[in-house]
Ligand binder design. Structure first.
Ligand SMILES: Cc1cc2nc3c(=O)[nH]c(=O)nc-3n(C[C@H](O)[C@H](O)[C@H](O)COP(=O)(O)OP(=O)(O)OC[C@H]3O[C@@H](n4cnc5c(N)ncnc54)[C@H](O)[C@@H]3O)c2cc1C
Length: 412
């Protein structure tokens, strides 16, 4: 058994945007309303949190971002709370039993916080284990930072000799990765933007972005997608639409990419950006999961109703089906989850639960290299400079300090 303190454990699974934010919110706004018999336990497979949104650029070179801002130690973000109220467990959750009310943990032997594989009882549970991308370049998954850095190092080592690159997936990750690779490998000159010389320059490296959809960026209107395609062309990226990658096979250091229709491309580098798989394999009761593997969550209250009435099980972030996966959705949901958890822990039955409302208007910002970008905010198309200002210049790194430290949740 994991070391227990005899306290009622509010166990939060996952140490990224959703889990860290929930931990801060509960420590600041829920625990002070309860008696001293409660503690918060944050379980994270990684000792560090990082600005995942920055991956498309960060994977290319450490020079693009201050590394101490890109990666932060989770433990350092919680030093202000009394030690009796918070513990960080560096471990992977391997099983969740909502009937026995336990999670099974496997701790890496190398961990500074290491303890043997163990069973941890919970009083209250938040599932915030996020989702894994098919490419190991774009997230921590269930690994720690060294593993991500090793994947980046191998990719960077292969870049100088790469002449053909294929990226699969026309969503924001695929477009951002293609744009950053284009800007890094085929840097545009000012002449490339003059309308009079409108033919795109011949790229040094041929970068192909393949999407099964009829246009890029399916959550944005087609005219915005068309602008994105124009910006990509300036960076030597060719977009192949209405085409699927049906097979990608490693052959002698290259990748044979087979496209629907039978065309084959031999790529020096292949980056699959084809959506994500939720990190919920440890949920034993598969009835708690939606068809896509995310935890079925009440989209208003953030409770996992399938765990039973009064079960005190919640889910948020990419592991949950409460909303479309996005950082802004998770951060907006955390105060709602916290308020409803507080009601449950205090046994409040009168009045209304706090309700989450998903932002469903057209909303996405997509940088295309360091200089350009497309997007919409609250249903309004925004200009390229606006995308640069908010996101493209540092991929939201200007916001993550407040998220990791909990400053963002100072107010209830
Ligand atoms: C390339 C890319 C760019 C993106 N850009 C944007 C953007 O610009 N704007 C936006 O809103 N969203 C963006 N997203 C989506 C955004 O990154 C996710 O919505 C966000 O990371 C979800 O946060 P999360 O906390 O739910 O999960 P994650 O960030 O996926 O983190 C989950 C955490 O849980 C840990 N974990 C997983 N399994 C276990 C386990 N079994 N036991 C213990 N710990 C575990 C992991 O180590 C990880 O630290 C982007 C995603 C990608 C891949």
């Amino acid at each position: 058994m994991a070391q227990t303190t005899g306290k009622k454990s509010i166990v939060i699974l996952g140490g990224s945007y959703a889990g860290i934010s929930t931990a801060h919110y509960v420590l600041k706004h829920v625990l002070p309303s309860l008696d001293s018999s409660y503690e918060v336990l944050l379980v994270s497979a990684s000792t560090q949190a990082f600005c995942r949104q920055a991956c498309p650029r960060a994977l290319l070179s450490d020079a693009y971002f201050p590394q101490e801002k890109l990666f932060v130690n989770i433990a350092d973000q919680f030093t202000r709370y009394p030690p009796s109220t918070f513990r960080l467990l560096h471990a992977t959750v391997t099983a969740l039993d909502t009937t026995a009310r336990t999670v099974t943990l496997s701790s890496p032997l190398s961990s500074p916080l290491s303890s043997p594989p163990s069973t941890l009882p919970f009083h209250t549970l938040v599932i915030a284990t996020g989702a894994t991308t098919p490419s190991p370049l774009l997230g921590l998954s269930t690994n720690d930072t060294p593993s991500l850095r090793a994947h980046w190092a191998a990719f960077r080592a292969a870049l100088p000799s790469a002449l053909t690159i294929v990226i699969a997936g026309g969503g924001p990750s695929g477009v951002e990765v293609a744009g950053e690779l284009g800007a890094h490998l085929n840097p545009p000159s000012w002449r490339d933007y003059l309308p009079i010389l409108s033919a795109p320059p011949a790229p040094r490296v041929a970068i192909t972005l393949v999407t099964s959809a009829p246009h890029l960026l399916p959550h944005l209107r087609p005219s915005i997608a068309a602008t994105a395609e124009g910006y990509l062309a300036r960076l030597g990226v060719t977009v192949v639409k209405s085409t699927r990658v049906v097979e990608a096979e490693a052959v002698g250091g290259r990748t044979r990419v087979v496209l629907s229709g039978g065309r084959e491309v031999e790529a020096d580098l292949y980056v699959p950006c084809l959506g994500t798989v939720p990190n919920t394999g440890f949920v034993a009761n598969k009835g708690l999961l939606a068809a896509d593997g995310r935890v079925r969550t009440n989209p208003k209250t953030l409770r996992v109703d399938g765990a039973g009435k009064g079960a005190r099980v919640y889910a948020v972030g990419d592991a949950s089906d409460f909303a479309r996966p996005a950082v802004h959705s998770a951060l907006a949901a955390v105060p709602v989850l916290g308020a409803n958890m507080k009601r449950d822990l205090l046994g409040v039955e009168d009045g209304e639960d706090r309700a989450f409302e998903e932002e469903t208007r057209e909303m996405q910002l997509v940088p295309i290299g360091p200089g350009k970008g497309v997007g919409a905010v609250m249903g309004y198309r925004v200009p390229s400079w606006f995308v640069w200002l908010l996101k493209g210049r540092d991929y939201w790194l200007w916001t993550t300090g407040g998220t990791w430290s909990g400053k963002q949740f100072e107010k209830e």
